[in-house]
Design a protein around this ligand. Structure first.
Ligand SMILES: [Cu+2]
Length: 129
């Protein structure tokens, strides 16, 4: 009798677990929604971290939060890119004469050196922490 009760309990647990799984996955594409605590409004953030390219230089090193939206402004006449040295952490093309672009900073903390694909002597570093 005791064994049967135990089996029944296990079956009940399994049913509950399955039910829980089914109900939690019913909303469409939960992976697409931002994590909790992320203030993603889509509006322009005046305090957004910005890399300003001027005179073929990226300016002072920039430190941003993981996953931050980074804006790049290029005041040179020439076009530039912000291309991560390793992997494909980020890579944006920024047109000259005031062109802008945005990219999402890596989610993993660390130091991300980058360069310009057109001018290999241009180097900068993005720090994520
Ligand atoms: Cu360049």
């Amino acid at each position: 009798m005791r064994a049967i009760q135990g089996k029944a309990a296990v079956l009940l647990m399994a049913a509950l677990l399955l039910g829980g799984c089914g109900s939690s996955s019913s909303p469409s594409s939960p992976a697409a929604s931002p994590g909790p605590g992320t203030a993603t409004t889509g509006a322009v953030n005046p305090g957004a971290p910005t890399i300003t390219i001027k005179d073929f230089e990226y300016g002072a090193p920039l430190t941003v939060a993981p996953g931050a939206l980074v804006t790049v402004t290029n005041v040179d006449a020439a076009g530039h890119t912000v291309t991560a040295d390793q992997g494909k952490a980020f890579d944006v093309d920024v047109k000259g004469s005031g062109g802008t672009a945005t990219f999402t900073a890596p989610s993993a903390p660390g130091s991300y050196p980058y360069h310009c694909a057109y001018h290999p002597n241009m180097h900068g570093t993005l720090t994520v922490k």
